[in-house]
Design a protein around this ligand. Sequence first.
Ligand SMILES: [Zn+2]
Length: 295
Amino acid sequence: MWKKKRFNNRNSYILCGLIFFVIVGTAFCMVVDSREASREKAKIVAEQNAEEKKKAEEAAAKEKAEKERAAEFTLQPGVLAGTLEPNKEERVVYLTFDDGPSENTQAILDILDQYDAKATFFITGFQADYRPLIRKAYDTGHTIGLHTYSHDYSSVYSSVEAYFEDLEKIGEVAEEQIGYVPCFIRFPGGASNVVSKKYSPGIMTELTGLVQEKGYQYYDWNVDSGDGAGLDSEQIKSHSVTDKYSHPVILLHDSQTKTETVKALPAIIEYYKERGYEFRAIDRNSFVSHHAVLN
Ligand SMILES: [Zn+2]
């Protein structure tokens, strides 16, 4: 009997001890777990904060770069863009698209994006529905230049005043889309056009000087893709590719009917890529191709 009682007491001690250890152990584990969870939570919060900080820094850097690009590209009277003597050690190709935006602009942007190639768009004003693509092109690193609002030779070359009136109108379209009037322009028909003689003899001689006085720079081309003459994609490609120049400036068109240009574009880009050319959008340091003025 005494033996049994002693035995029961001993069991009670063991049981109490076990319960004590279980409680203490559980409490200890709970504390450790909660500390671990807090540490994990703090780590996640820190990572999120770092990610947000990185995103904010990237957005600020992008905004700063955008402001610098706008400040650089905007019309600045007395500051002439470009160089007539490019660095011949470099191989740079300038794809230039006139007469857009149009139904074809999105396809052109997609191809340029696919090849990570930058280009320049000399815009007109007659396809108002496609104007948001001006902004889109600009946002993806392409340069926006002015071509004229109406592209109507009989109107834009009727007088110096008429030309500038039209140029200012397309400047307003650009400003609506990208926030400023760019300094880069291209004359309809190029500076060498003689069609203008029919409307105003000598006007190109006057205009080429005047635009530069006002802070614009005009860009002609040294490679004509021939797409203006209604060639097919094979012919456009063969007219566009040459290793004659270290800085080819290729005339292409981005108007409604130029679907053959879109078809030819990948092959043109591939030709220059294979030969190590860099595709650049025109900026203030770019090579300026000027034609001889014939009127
Ligand atoms: Zn044109």
